[in-house]
Design a protein around this ligand. Sequence first.
Ligand code: UD1
Ligand code: UDP
Length: 380
Amino acid sequence: MLIKAMPIYGTRPEAIKMAPIVAAFQDSPLFDPHVVVTGQHREMLTQVNDTFGIVPAGDLDIFSHGQGLEAVTSRTLDRLTPVLKDVRPDVVVVQGDTTSAFAAGLAAFYLKIPVVHVEAGLRTPTIWSPFPEEGNRRLLTRITSLHLAPTQGSKANLVHEGVDPSTIAVTGNTVIDAFLSVAQGDRAFESPELDGVDDGRPIVLVTSHRRESWGDPMRRTAAALRELSIREPGTLFVLPLHANPLVRDIFRPALEGLPNVRLTEPLGYNDFARLTAMSRLVVTDSGGVQEEAPSLGKPVLVLREDTERPEAVTAGTAKLIGTDPELIVSNVSALLHDESVYAAMANAVNPYGDGKAAERSVAAIAAMFDRASRLPDFTV
Ligand code: UD1
Ligand code: UDP
């Protein structure tokens, strides 16, 4: 009997990080995968599924503009429950800390279907930051049967909370599998919005979208980038904008029309990976980007006060700078002009994975059903 596994996800980063697991399920003779998307994101989700050639078997289509957390949660519960009752998967697989992941895990738990949590054990000291993600992942931990921790540090967080170590496998982060699969090779950009960015100017790649950045912190980031674009006329600042109007309405008025700033639509994953590889440095509040850029030795300035991803900070490749405009300007300028500052951060480190996270994950899931042995844990 094949193991019926249901990966469920709803947003861009979950889709990217689940794609290697979906591929590994499809390649395995042990599994019958049924991919379901919640549709929390719409075009940003479809963009990733198209890149990886994933055609979901089910789509809960919960998206609406300006959707609240309660709407994402309740619509996912309402629409997923009949699908779970119909398909009766042996196991549900969710990823990370979005509201889709939490609600899907809860729907499975209510039907006593075992939950596998990919990217388990990331923690900050307070449930309020990042909000609601820290709460989502802590809640998921309580209802998870198999915890796929990306690093030894995330395993230690779980053990510290009393999770049975035998239910934890350390896999590496699947984002590194995904990133390595697209970052190799020298393909042309797909988006015409990137025409000419490869003209030799140093590129600073910037993304900002997180809920805790909305409003004043994001306005401070926009002001800092405006200042930098004037002070650094020979540098190109590229900002792929998140689809959220709350993000666009801050960055567009502050930066549109500046000759060395390129604002784009959300980029396809191939383009984003290539742009990361071409950039001198990355400025971001994104979780996934914090994990990807260090693997290429790109210094990362993190626009947050804390991070659940301390490994690259410890390795010296990432630095937490928050959103004080002076700090953003001075740190970016130093990385553009001071080679010793740059060299100190530009170390290619892979604390988050080695490209084999999906293989380890799928082996650990098969081991839950006594159909395979786990692979050795990921270590740096
Ligand atoms: C969500 C996750 C966050 C993750 C982020 C990745 C939650 C609570 N938040 O935040 O953890 O880091 O995704 O990007 O789960 N929109 C579109 N089209 C899209 C996607 C979004 O128009 O394809 C717009 C909509 O107006 C929507 C808004 O963006 O209301 C916010 O989307 P939402 O999924 O609620 O939260 P994110 O901020 O994207
Ligand atoms: N990404 C992308 N196109 C973009 C910006 C980001 O494909 O225009 C990818 C990026 O490589 C990373 C993921 O999206 O893998 C991060 O998603 P996001 O920043 O939306 O969410 P987070 O990681 O903060 O949850």
